[in-house]
Design a binder for this molecule. Structure first.
Ligand code: GLV
Ligand code: MG
Length: 324
């Protein structure tokens, strides 16, 4: 193990993260009463330019007046390339910082972007005498952000999570697709012909590299990797498949851009009883093995070793967090 140990972000349940436009007070009320682990109250792309000022007011009122039932609350500010962002930070931090947990920074491109927001938040916290320090979540959704994802992940002690913003990422990389997330029928391989001359087309996951790269940057820096939006909110099975494949790569949760995706994310990102029982069996078997001085043993016909303990602990810890 390296002598450098990544400090883990504060533990928070982040299976579902619901996007809620700050311009819509009815949606804010519904989200407060919903079942998402986290909400991000949006000042960015779901809010029209003419609505930005009112959305800030709505969010400040909503976080101060509504009962959010213990949810983690984040506010998505506008990008650093807009003239909305400084007012977003100042107004939210000055009027709601004790009610929010996180600021979500969209289109994070370089480590200096995070430094700039950190500087502003630090000044406001000090000026106001706040003792609570707001955390950061960064959306990786541009080619520049993906290039610099490792530096972005390490840019501030406030950092808690990285999110894959698939829609803007597709636009930024000029990917030939217009859907928000999900597979594309043109991304796949045609097999060579078999003896009977048949060929098969296998769909691939065009987002694999991006998510896997973001997961590495997040985990290497103790952050939570979170998968972003899936636009077709009437396709529950499609959503679940996307959530499952991101979970397998190491993501801890997924956005819900519609309330009906919250339960799906909570379901997929909660380890099943079977998974937890299997993980517990590995821990028990390895405890016995270590008592008798063995580093590796066979369980149900498969080799397990000390690395298996760490894998199993991830699942068991997650199940404990969900129960708490
Ligand atoms: C999210 O912000 C996205 O662009 O997918
Ligand atoms: Mg975006």
């Amino acid at each position: 193990m390296s002598f450098t140990v990544a400090e883990p972000a504060p533990p928070r349940l982040n299976r579902s993260e619901q996007a809620v436009p700050g311009s819509n007070t009815r949606f804010l009320e519904k989200a407060a009463a919903g079942d998402a682990d986290m909400v991000f109250l949006d000042l960015e792309d779901a809010v029209a330019p003419s609505e930005k000022a009112q959305a800030r007011k709505n969010i400040i009122e909503a976080v101060n007046d509504l009962d959010w039932g213990g949810k983690t609350i984040s506010v998505r500010i506008n990008g650093l390339d807009t003239h909305y962002m400084y007012q977003d930070v100042i107004q939210i931090m000055e009027n709601a910082v004790d009610k929010i947990d996180l600021i979500m920074i969209p289109k994070a491109g370089t480590a200096s972007d995070i430094y700039a927001v950190d500087m502003l938040c630090t000044q406001i916290e000090q000026a106001k005498g706040w003792t609570k320090k707001v955390g950061f979540e960064m959306i990786i959704e541009t080619a520049l952000g993906m290039q610099n994802v490792h530096e972005i992940a390490a840019a501030s002690k406030r950092n808690e999570s990285l999110h894959f913003g698939v829609a803007d990422y597709a636009a930024s990389t000029a990917a030939r697709t217009v859907g928000i997330g999900g597979p594309n029928p043109n991304y796949g391989v045609l097999t060579d012909a078999d003896e009977a001359g048949n060929r098969d087309f296998h769909w691939g996951d065009m987002w694999h590299y991006a998510i896997a790269r973001m997961v590495v940057a997040a985990r290497a820096n103790g952050l939570r990797p979170i998968d972003g939006p899936f636009g077709d909110f009437s396709d529950a099975e499609g959503y679940k498949a996307q959530a499952r494949r991101a979970a397998i790569l190491g993501c801890e949760g997924k956005w819900a851009i519609h309330p009906n995706q919250v339960a799906l994310a909570n379901e997929i990102y909660s380890p099943s009883d079977k998974d937890v029982a299997q993980a517990q069996a590995i821990l028990d078997a390895m405890e016995e093995a270590q008592k008798s001085g063995q580093g590796a043993v066979t369980l149900n016909g498969k080799l397990i070793d000390i690395a298996s303990i760490k894998q199993a602990q991830v699942l068991v810890k997650m199940a404990e967090q969900i129960k708490a």
